[in-house]
Design a protein around this ligand. Structure first.
Ligand code: F3S
Length: 777
């Protein structure tokens, strides 16, 4: 009878590994509903809690009300799948290999996208990048074959676009080793960005822990039209909430306005939820989702999702569901926004941008425009951009500045090529780059502005992130994030004061030209085409145990891992290596760009640790001072202290580790002898990553204590042993003795958020050590 009840949720065999186990999830949700006396649930809670390993255990302390555990209890979850990009997959797989399993517990995919340079155009760049990274791509491919993980090779596309086209489904819960994994929420999934060690949890079938998130509701009313686009929803929201506003929340969109969005537009919005620090973002099931699933060859899955929604009310919030916070945005009144420079939450409506630029003394001209990336390379984005280019072409205009287009996947590239969009781009001077991250991740071999130029220059991009030096390695490049429409219009003016909605451009014939609002198609009229077959992996790869995964001891790109030492059982005694001033993102802690090539070699990449950090006590970047006053680069002093057996602590300010899931930002400090990171506050993923690598992340109970700490002070925990004996108590306070250089002593209070399991990671030396111990038991 149970089977018959759920028969409408069945999909043909070939779709099973790509469909959430709806029947099982709905059964679990029924258990949850019973625990909370059928109180209305948000969509985020439905998806998340239906993935609990054991609802009764996780919800034991909720007293019939989920709001009682939000932000308090840790949930143990079973994600449905894992996706990994090439840069982070190396470490994830090196860690997975140490667990001794012959295959993964859930389906996984590897995507080669971050290591591909953007310079001359797709073909040349791809050939060169494959040659440069051959060893790494071969390693990833052999891991894929050995463990049965789908391998999407270089040129196939960007992880999040491929996930959207193939794996994201309403109601799915997945982990991805990239901070923009929430992109998949555009198709109604709960998709969370994590470090490699978390991915290993899912790949080994170990319950994955997440602190029960709060739910932030974003009510969308009205409808988008004219120049306004989905990108403006999130750039505007980032302005309202700031880079920390989403911390600890899942953002759930609702309201009539959702109906005017395309599925790919919703993905853009969820993608940049990472920029407000949200755990993830998601949308209720829509007709747009059904249309997208059908167009991407997944009609049977769309039928199962229809049934899960209509018959079991699984894919939308219950009537009366309560949000911890609600923000309302009227799409009919939404103006295009431009965010930046250097932080994604500095949001300026286009009508005020010119004046703000003058006031802030930003450059008066724009030096380059870049569209595409995982954030904005949908068919809709590309067709809208082309509609503007055609208007300019008809008026005889040529771009004034370099213009680059990055398609998100081979499917998108091939489809826009078939429909003549690539031709229009290229005829109008654009360089179409490989289907890869390229300039978005610092792989932009820029020739017009040198990396070391001290002069400011401004670029307009449709990307998602704009920290210093992220795109071209130049700290003085100001990246302004906006919609592809705004970027495209801007390349014809190049003037920071230009507002394409109201302003005209002077033509050579004396007339003036004004853009009409862009128009585009949500999905291609003639459907998608797949493109080049060689970019597609086997649909359901099975593990091949006889495949050898080779890592040469001579390699400077890959290095097998040595386990970190377990906790000694004593209180920690650490010297302050550095007090970091201000913003310290994962880009500051573990720089990307040229360093990306060492992602699989922990020792080599660790030479980049905190090289972007500002020393609070001297104002210098990448400078720290030894006990005798000698100056060192930060990683050099870490290495020296490691060799001397001197554990260290780094002290920092708010939202430390903001930005990405980059686990090297935790691995490298640990590798170089760090024990504690003590800050005013952490970004969630980074704090978890530190715990996974056996570090002790602490926050000041009183932020003012930051000012009482100086470099080289000795910080000794007072009651760590007691805290460990109590299994962490699910967070609490830890006393710390501070000994100044002159011998004076005082105590400060620090807070920790360690769960029982995380205490086990700390004791074992790392989460991987702990999992390995469990598998061996
Ligand atoms: Fe790649 Fe940039 Fe997206 S690095 S995954 S295109 S955020």
């Amino acid at each position: 009878a149970t089977q018959a009840k759920y028969s409408s949720l069945d999909v043909p065999q070939e779709y099973v590994s790509r469909t959430p186990p709806y029947a099982k999830l709905i059964e679990k949700l029924n258990v949850v509903k019973k625990i909370v006396d059928n109180k209305p649930l948000t969509l985020a809670e439905k998806i998340l809690y239906s993935h609990l390993v054991d609802p009764e255990e996780s919800l034991a302390s909720c007293k019939g009300q989920l709001s009682n555990i939000r932000g308090q209890e840790y949930l143990k979850l079973n994600p449905d799948r894992v996706a990994m990009q090439d840069a982070s997959a190396q470490m994830a797989l090196l860690q997975f290999m140490t667990c001794g399993m012959s295959k993964t517990a859930v389906p996984g995919s590897i995507h080669c996208d971050h290591l591909i340079v953007g310079k001359d155009g797709a073909e040349d760049d791809l050939t060169k990048s494959i040659a440069t990274n051959k060893e790494v791509f071969d390693f990833l491919q052999s891991c894929g074959e050995k463990y049965g993980i789908q391998f999407w090779g270089p040129g196939s596309g960007i992880i999040h676009q491929i996930v959207l086209e193939n794996f994201s489904v309403p109601g799915l819960m997945m982990l991805g080793t990239d901070s923009h994994t929430p992109n998949a929420g555009g198709l109604g999934a709960i998709a969370i960005g994590v470090g490699g060690a978390d991915a290993v949890d899912a790949l080994t079938g170990t319950p994955w822990e997440l602190k029960a998130p709060k739910v932030l509701g974003v009510k969308l009313t009205g409808h988008l039209s004219g120049w306004s686009s989905p990108k403006d929803v999130i750039t505007h929201l980032a302005g309202i909430l700031t880079v920390r506003g989403g911390t600890g929340y899942i953002v759930e969109y609702f309201g009539d306005g959702v109906e005017s969005l395309s599925c790919t537009g919703m993905a853009t919005i969820c993608n940049m939820g990472a920029e407000i620090g949200a755990t993830t973002s998601t949308f209720p099931y829509q007709d747009a989702h059904r249309r997208y699933l059908i167009q991407t060859d997944r009609e049977p899955i769309s039928k199962a999702a229809d049934a899960a929604n209509k018959e079991f009310n699984f894919l939308r919030a219950d009537e009366g569901a309560e949000y911890d916070k609600v923000v309302e945005i009227n799409l009919s009144e939404l103006e295009p926004h431009v965010n930046g420079p250097f932080t994604p939450d500095l949001s300026t409506p286009i009508s005020k941008f010119g004046d703000t630029a003058k006031k802030e003394n930003w450059p008066s001209t724009v030096s380059a425009g870049l569209i595409g990336s995982c954030t904005n390379s949908s068919y809709q984005d590309m067709s809208r951009a082309v509609s503007l280019i055609k208007q300019a072409e008809d008026a005889g205009l040529r771009p004034k500045i370099p213009f680059f287009v990055t398609p998100g996947s081979e499917q998108i590239r091939a489809t826009i090529e078939r429909d003549g969009l690539i031709d229009t781009f290229e005829k109008n001077g654009a360089i179409v780059l490989a289907n890869a991250c390229g300039p978005c991740i610092g792989q932009w071999d820029r020739t017009d502005v040198s990396k070391t130029s001290t002069e400011s220059n401004a670029i307009f991009t449709s990307f998602n992130r704009n920290f210093r030096a992220r795109n071209d390695g130049n700290r003085n490049t100001m990246n302004f994030l906006t919609s592809p429409d705004m970027v495209t219009a801007m390349i014809y003016s190049g003037d920071m004061n230009f507002n394409p909605i109201t302003d005209s451009i002077q033509l050579e014939n004396g007339k003036s030209f004004k853009f009409q609002a862009p128009v585009g198609e949500e999905l291609p009229n003639s459907g998608f085409i797949k493109g080049r077959k060689e970019f597609y992996p086997e649909a359901n790869p099975q593990p091949k145990t006889d495949v050898e995964v080779n890592v040469s001891p001579e390699s400077d790109r890959l290095q097998l891992l040595d386990p970190f030492q377990p906790w000694s059982g004593d209180e920690l005694s650490t010297n302050v290596l550095l007090r970091v001033e201000g913003k310290c993102t994962t880009d500051h802690i573990s720089a990307a760009g040229a360093w990306l090539k060492y992602k699989g070699h922990l020792e080599n990449i660790s030479y980049n640790t905190l090289i972007g950090a500002v020393n609070k006590d001297t104002g210098e970047v990448n400078k720290a001072y030894d006990l005798n006053g000698d100056q060192y680069g930060i990683p050099e002093l870490m290495m020296k202290w490691k060799d001397e057996g001197r554990p260290w602590v780094v002290v920092a300010e708010h939202n430390y580790g903001e930005g990405s899931a980059r686990e090297h930002a935790a691995l490298s400090p640990r590798f170089l002898g760090g024990s504690i990171i003590l800050v005013k506050s952490f970004a969630r993923i980074h704090e978890t990553n530190l715990k996974k690598q056996g570090m002790l992340p602490l926050t000041f109970a009183d932020e003012a204590d930051y000012d009482k700490i100086s470099p080289c002070d000795l910080l000794t925990t007072v009651d760590l042993k007691d805290m460990i004996a109590k299994d962490g108590n699910n967070g609490g306070v830890l006393r710390m003795k501070v000994t100044k250089k002159d011998g004076t002593e005082f105590e400060i209070l620090c807070k920790h958020t360690m769960s029982k399991d995380q205490i086990e990671f700390f004791k074992a030396g790392s989460a991987i050590n702990h999992i390995g111990n469990l598998k061996r038991e």
